[in-house]
Write a protein that binds this ligand. Sequence first.
Ligand SMILES: [Zn+2]
Ligand SMILES: [Zn+2]
Length: 169
Amino acid sequence: MKKIRVYKRPEWDEYFLKMAMLVSERATCPRMHVGCVLVRDKQILATGYNGSLPGQPHCYDVGCMIEDGHCIRTIHAEMNAIIQCALHGVTTEGATAYVTNMPCTNCTKALIGAGIKEVVVFSDYHKTKAEEFFEASGVKIRKLPMPPKTISYDLESFTSAKKIDFDKK
Ligand SMILES: [Zn+2]
Ligand SMILES: [Zn+2]
């Protein structure tokens, strides 16, 4: 019998958590990079990362805006994901939030208010009421180990892939 290529497909949790990690690369504040992916029925509703208000300068360009030890310049990842849903008329009811870090207290309140039913994280965040509020609202929290940081993209070994010849005139 012909041997079939061994390939370990990522499980759904790994897939969406890696997606959240990838999204966080777009963050604009050097103090922390956070990514959030809102998911329902294995479909991505929206993504968000912590970034400045539309049209306003980024922390990476002009420095952070510190108040009480926190940078307050950015809209947080979870808020941005919810805002994207609002902008595009997508309901967040019953969705799962995959977030790189445990949400801050304000984002926790927004997620609960938006009808999020489950939060999946692999990293904690300091001084947050998240666990207390989520628990009181019946939102499930799942803490998973950080997924592998490498995302494997192996186009070269797939026989059906034909590389584009950019030298061809
Ligand atoms: Zn900042
Ligand atoms: Zn937040």
